[in-house]
Design a protein around this ligand. Structure first.
Ligand code: AHR
Length: 486
């Protein structure tokens, strides 16, 4: 039996709702035939967006959606996505899949999606192939008050008189890679040029600098070191509000739905590395006294080999999602909750028909993945006060745990990382008492490669149960337990 202690007086902080964000890029099937089916489609839709998906997305209260890339941002000109007669362009991914971007979804449609789902938009600015003035103009178009600038009047002509609320702006994407293969020093200079222009429009928008890939601590150090030379100027204008990072937990051999025990643990080990990576990047922020520019984990998730999704490789990077991906989700979100003092946002990559997705679609077909169910089970952590936990059963086949409290209710989320042994747990509050009846949700399957398909959409579904004094978590299973606390 494994007691899990909830240590009440000792909280790591508030779990920013934005930690439960998502990434939606124009790539493969994320938008076209994914989120977007078009207003004239026979697939039920709300203003062009797939209705079933919108309905389910609302249930997990997405706090933020990042758009339009990713690497797609490197070739994106925002002017292509407004008004009538939108151009058809090659885009960043055209060499990979031959598909062209016809810009059916642009600024207005994307903001519509955010409004429908309650998510805040997070725009990634193209600093690779457009100018600081282009980005300044995009912000002017989106944010200037009604009837003021020429661009605000153009927005009104295009159907949106009032300014949009776009609180988060990324200054570039992966500028160490396809965003220009820059050094951190070069990027730091680019960052300040764009950020100054962006502050020309908005005092309040949060501006995030392109941070490292995975464990590239050198990038973080050199970025912050270079920015030090402009510290007074930058801080006087509040230019730096966050440092982004990307971490995909590697490509494992074999199929995403048919793997050995060794491959199960290999995947989870890679996912668990997130903890060390984010702590070490945050320590660098602390060393430069940049705690106010906390980490933004722009992109995270499993990256399996291509072609396992229902489109069989037509949609770039589309992959199936099994109980193993669900466990990576549970483990990663637990890490984020437990380190909520270091992170201001995190976006799971990507929402639909892509890496580590929550939804798979195609024509009228639509399913939720096991990863979706984990987000649903964890939704009440958003905005809650994190609780420190203590337990013995650690290691690669141990437990992953996080806990939080909000409005007098505790939520404890636990994954049993073992792929062979069930684990029995009990919760022990330290400094408080449980009251009332507890409720529980379990996501588990005897087959850890189990996944949902168009033919069998409910193969992996959560079940509700009433927890006793102890709870047995099946091998590879995930539970969410909720109870009152005084
Ligand atoms: O999510 C797919 C791609 O992965 C994104 O476009 C890019 O930012 C990252 O390398």
């Amino acid at each position: 039996m494994n007691p899990i202690y909830l240590i009440f007086p000792d909280s790591p902080g508030t779990i920013a709702p934005e930690i439960y964000g998502h990434f939606t890029e124009h790539i493969g099937g994320v938008f076209y035939d994914g989120l977007w089916v078009g207003k004239d489609s026979e697939v039920p839709n709300i203003r062009g967006f797939r209705k079933s998906l919108i309905d389910d997305l609302k249930k997990i209260a997405p706090p933020v959606l990042r758009w339009p890339g990713g690497c797609f941002a490197e070739t994106y000109d925002w002017r292509d996505g407004i008004g009538e007669n939108r151009p058809i362009r090659r885009n960043f991914w055209t060499p990979n899949d031959g598909r062209l971007e016809d810009n059916q979804v642009g600024t207005h449609e994307f903001c519509d999606l955010c409004e429908m789902t309650g998510a805040a938009p997070y725009f990634a600015a193209n600093v690779t192939s457009t100018t600081p003035m282009d980005i300044r103009d995009w912000m002017d178009y989106c944010l200037s008050p009604r009837g003021t600038t020429t661009l605000s009047k153009l927005r009104e002509e295009n159907g949106h008189p009032e300014p949009y609320h776009i609180p988060y702006w990324g200054v570039g994407n992966e500028n160490w890679g396809d965003g220009g293969i820059m050094t951190a020093e070069t990027y730091a200079h680019i960052f300040k040029r764009y950020a100054i222009m962006m502050r020309n429009v908005s005092k309040d928008a949060k501006l995030y600098a392109c941070g490292p890939n995975a464990d590239d601590y050198k990038w973080t150090r050199e970025l912050l070191e270079t920015l030090e030379s402009f510290r007074d100027y930058m801080d006087g204008r509040n230019l730096l509000n966050g440092v982004s990072m990307h971490y995909y937990c590697g490509t494992t051999e074999g199929s995403p739905v048919d793997f050995t025990d060794a491959q199960w643990y290999q995947q989870l080990r890679q996912a668990a590395k997130m903890e060390e990576i984010l702590c070490r990047h945050y320590a660098i922020l602390e060393a430069y006294h940049r705690e106010d520019a906390k980490l933004v984990i722009d992109e995270w998730g499993c990256w399996h080999k291509d072609g396992s999704g229902p489109s069989k490789g037509y949609n770039l990077f589309e992959q199936q999602s099994s109980m193993r991906d669900a466990m990576v989700t549970a483990l990663t979100l637990n890490i984020f909750n437990n380190h909520c003092d270091k992170i201001q946002m995190a976006n799971c990559a990507q929402l639909v028909n892509n890496l580590h997705c929550l939804f798979l679609t195609g024509g009228e077909n639509y399913i939720t993945t096991p990863t979706y169910h984990v987000f649903r089970m964890y939704a009440a952590h958003q905005g809650a006060q994190a609780i420190r936990t203590a337990f013995q059963c650690r290691g690669e086949d141990g437990l992953t745990v996080s806990a939080s409290v909000k409005d007098g209710k505790v939520l404890v989320t636990i994954g049993n990382l073992s792929c062979t042994e069930d684990r029995e747990i009990s919760l022990v509050p330290v400094g408080k008492d449980f009251i009332g009846t507890a409720s529980g949700t379990l996501l588990a399957n005897e087959n850890l490669g189990a996944h949902n398909t168009f033919e069998n959409p409910n193969a992996v579904m959560p079940t509700a149960f009433t927890p006793g004094k102890t709870v047995t978590i099946p091998k590879g299973g995930i539970v969410a337990l909720q109870m009152g606390i005084v």
